[in-house]
Design a protein around this ligand. Structure first.
Ligand code: TNX
Length: 500
């Protein structure tokens, strides 16, 4: 059918690459008379139709009413649930001269199809102001579904605080590329960013620091819920991370009783790692962990709570493993599944726990052993997907401890062959973290994330069969007009011919 075909206009535009694209002769034009047609006036389909309408109205200036289905499809965009073959997140998009029809078995699939439709339109569709017609969609039949269910990004709001509006903007940046998980790294040595009612000093004290000595900040419970809701409306699941037992200076400086000597730690604004840990023997530690887990779990509709677990140099292996196993029981009792960085594989973690691979090479053994015991893996190899790594030696911001990562490096790897003994069936997906020790503005975050994040989204979404770098770089280059219209800041990688 598809992937072997020469690039068409449609295939040349969409990132991540759909499963199959059949070009069709004539194209469709959205006009001032077009409507969005749904079968019901309320519920999930109508909400997604409303999202599509709002998106298209901004730049087309057309009324684009959402109407129910007795209307004639001619000239319209028809959005509907149905067709059991698309899976949880797949969709079919049929563009003919007459109409556009988007169908999916589930809302998530419709939402993904909307993102594809968006990318089939000229980049100026992303503008917040009215732009000139025509609004042409190339004729095609697209059938699509993801390779992996977890296609994530992580934002480190602990090293630097980013407020609700910035996080919403990042969600909007991710959504066109079918990213469906945003992991928030909420706590670290340098800051505690989520209000906990039973432990108010976590934010009163721990919320006021950040790397480099800025003022920090934190989310109230209402703020966090606002992010969770905004994300959920866009089919993005928020995964909160409370990093335990290390990376805890912000907590240790907020409460003297969490420290073995009974003296509060000094707030930390540097960038070292590994030096802090909660005490495994203090009762206060367990009261603290239980309360924090209970409150964060109660605020979080998603199934997972991330417990960190990385880079703990202060505990013995036995102390560390016991700690992780006890935390796992607490999280499970609060109704959530655990996810943690690769190190948690040193403990006897349960089969429902997800282990996040990060330190390329160094994590191989522990992750291999954990999957042999039944664990599932989220792939975040630092040498491929750490968005805080420099693009090349000349990149001003970022770090290079895991190497430099150009666009092609971020794109050119397969999660199922990276670690010997870890195969596709054990991998739940791919996640691209961005750590913010060196990044203090959203502009810096976007410039490090783009264009590598769409490359990683393609690793997570698209089949390996038919991958082709020159095809990808053409599709990526076509995003430039889109990003210009969105005001999204990105790195003009010399590996890509930017089409603008
Ligand atoms: C390693 S990734 C860390 C983070 C740093 C990051 C900087 C991980 C589990 N730990 O604490 O921010 O490197 O690239």
């Amino acid at each position: 059918m598809t992937i072997d075909q020469p690039p068409t206009i449609a295939t040349a535009l969409v990132v991540p690459r759909p499963m199959s694209v059949e070009p069709a002769g004539a194209s469709f034009e959205i006009t001032a008379k077009s409507a969005i047609v749904t079968s019901t006036a309320d519920g999930e389909t109508a909400r997604i139709a409303g999202y599509l309408a709002a998106l298209l109205r901004r730049s087309t200036g057309f009324a684009l009413p959402v109407v129910t289905d007795d209307a004639d499809p001619t000239g319209n965009i028809v959005v509907g649930l149905g067709g059991a073959t698309t899976g949880n997140e797949g969709y079919e998009l049929n563009v003919s001269a007459d109409s556009v029809t988007l169908t999916a078995a589930r809302g998530a699939g419709l939402f993904n199809g909307v993102q594809t439709l968006r990318q089939l339109l000229p980049g100026r569709i992303e503008s917040a102001t009215v732009q000139p017609a025509p609004w042409t969609v190339p004729g095609c039949l697209i059938k699509d579904r993801p390779r992996f269910a977890w296609r994530g990004a992580m934002l480190d709001v602990a090293r630097r605080f980013f407020g609700v509006e910035a996080v919403k903007r990042y969600i909007d940046d991710l959504v066109p590329y079918k990213i469906n998980v945003l992991h928030l790294h909420l706590t670290d040595d340098q800051g505690w960013r989520i209000a906990i009612d039973k432990w108010p000093r976590l934010t009163e004290v721990g919320g006021t620091s950040q790397v480099g000595g800025g003022e920090g900040g934190f989310y109230t419970k209402a703020d966090y819920t606002e992010i969770v809701t905004y994300a959920a409306d866009r089919y993005v699941t928020i995964i909160p991370e409370i990093d335990l037992p290390g990376h805890t200076t912000a907590a240790l400086s907020s409460y003297a009783e969490l420290n073995d000597g009974g003296v509060a730690a000094t707030p930390y604004t540097g960038s070292n790692v590994g030096f802090s840990s909660l005490s495994v023997s203090l009762d206060a530690t367990w009261a603290f962990v239980s309360d924090v887990v209970a409150e964060v779990a109660a605020l979080t509709p998603g199934p997972y709570l991330h417990v960190g677990g990385d880079e703990v140099e202060k505990l013995t292996l036995a102390e560390y493993a016991n700690f992780v196993e006890r935390v796992e029981r607490i999280v499970n009792a609060a109704g959530k599944q655990v996810i943690g960085w690769a190190e948690i594989g040193k403990a006897q973690i349960s089969a429902t726990t997800v282990i996040q691979y990060w330190n390329t090479g160094a994590d191989d053994e522990v992750v291999r052993e954990a999957v042999a015991r039944g664990a599932r893996v989220l792939m975040s190899p630092a040498s491929k997907v750490y968005l805080d790594m420099k693009y090349d030696a000349g990149t001003e911001l970022g770090q290079a401890w895991a190497g430099v990562i150009e666009v092609r490096d971020a794109w050119d790897w397969d999660p199922s062959t990276l670690v010997q003994g870890v195969t596709a069936g054990q991998i739940i997906g791919v996640e691209a973290p961005i750590w913010t020790e060196t990044l203090d503005t959203m502009e810096a975050v976007e410039t490090m994330a783009f264009p590598r994040l769409p490359a990683i989204a393609e690793v997570a979404w698209s089949a390996t069969q038919g991958r082709d770098w020159s095809d990808f770089r053409t599709r990526l280059g076509a995003q430039a007009t889109r990003w210009a219209a969105m005001g999204l800041r990105y790195y003009r990688s010399p590996q890509v011919d930017w089409l603008d």
